[in-house]
Design a protein around this ligand. Structure first.
Ligand code: G3H
Ligand code: 13P
Ligand code: NA
Ligand code: ZN
Length: 328
């Protein structure tokens, strides 16, 4: 059944667990998420970026979600707009049946330029008003995602900004977070503390200098009743990098967010944990492996089924590690 983000995260807070939010672009990813959830009895957050909506087509995506909900009627599913760039994107998501939207007002509508605090408050408040009138939840974002190692802030396309950002701009300010939640009425707040999107987050295993988990603890102290969201939370497992590189890939060594750091966040109010890259790595590794090992194969199912199975394993691991398993 469909459920809002607010309902899911309230339950998660009450029972002190976190929920992974997995990105969807195609049928195989949808099946992988639901098969994993069914296997461990977890509620589900499926999210689609603007890129995913363009890739799959809004109608296809909406009907795929309908189908997934019908196939697994006992699993609560929240369908979420990832990184909405303005009220229009959020409104059309709601028209297509999404039960939750992210209004990312940390960037301007071009999804490239850092926005002022005043712009962020205003646009997020307007989306909250519209979405709540439709019974839909809203996630806001305060602070610009980006690397504390390089000072590069992150535009939506994964490229850094021209100028470097200061340490302060890359970390959510706890005082501002209190004001933001009060002024906007968001159901969940995404914060910046050193993570970035994609595989290349850290050049070494992250410590407190580059991954500021203490910011989460401080914000949770000030806002104990606000559901916090961690973006850029793929762990970039070594074994998935190794499979890709063993079968013709060329990924330079990289580090993601260790699962134990996410688990620490979950102890301090983190309820939604965004994971896309790990699933992309699992899918690509499986496809590379089959195509190299079976060069005579040309039936797409021969590599898409292993790809789906590899993603299912990542999803199942995260449901268990974040504690949502058993809570469907
Ligand atoms: O926000 C980042 C997610 O991984 C979605 O990425 O915009 O390439 O679909 P995307
Ligand atoms: P990753 O790139 O770390 O998987 O982050 C995904 C994300 O934050 C989607 O909004
Ligand atoms: Na999101
Ligand atoms: Zn994100």
């Amino acid at each position: 059944a469909r459920i809002t983000l607010r309902q899911l995260l309230d339950h998660a807070a009450e029972h002190e667990y976190g929920l992974p939010a997995f990105n969807i672009n195609n049928m195989e990813q949808g099946l992988a998420i639901m098969e994993a959830a069914d296997a461990v009895d977890s509620p589900v957050i499926i999210q689609a970026s603007r890129g995913a909506r363009n890739y799959a087509n809004d109608i296809m995506l909406a009907k795929m979600i309908d189908a997934l909900v019908d196939i697994y009627p006992h699993i609560p599913v929240c369908m979420h707009q990832d990184h909405g760039n303005g009220p229009a994107t959020c409104a059309t998501a709601i028209q297509y049946g999404f039960t939750s939207v992210m209004m990312d007002g940390s960037l301007m509508e071009d999804a490239k330029t850092p926005a002022s605090y005043e712009y962020n408050v205003d646009v997020t408040r307007r989306v909250v008003e519209m979405a709540h009138a439709c019974g839909v939840s809203v996630e806001g974002e305060l602070g610009v995602l980006g690397s504390l190692e390089t000072g590069m802030g992150e535009a939506e396309d994964g490229h850094g900004f021209e100028g470097k950002l200061s340490h302060d701009e890359l970390l959510t300010d706890p005082d501002q977070a209190v004001d933001f939640v009060q002024a906007t009425g968001v159901d969940a707040l995404a914060i910046a503390m050193g993570t970035s999107h994609g595989a290349y987050k850290f050049t070494r295993k992250p410590d407190g200098d580059v991954l500021a988990m203490n910011v989460i603890e401080e914000i949770h102290r000030r806002l104990p009743n606000t559901h916090l969201v961690m973006h850029g939370s793929s762990s970039v497992p070594q074994e998935l990098q190794d499979i890709i590189n063993a079968y013709g890939g060329e990924m330079p060594q990289t580090w993601g967010v260790p699962v134990e750091e996410i688990q620490r966040g979950i102890k301090h109010g983190v309820r939604k944990v965004n994971v896309d890259t790990d699933n992309r790595l699992a899918i690509t590794g499986a496809v590379r492996k089959i195509l190299i090992e079976k060069p005579h194969e040309f039936d797409p199912r021969a590599y898409l089924k292993p790809a789906k199975d590899a993603m299912r394993k990542v999803c199942q691991d995260r449901f268990e590690q974040f504690g949502s398993a058993g809570h469907a």
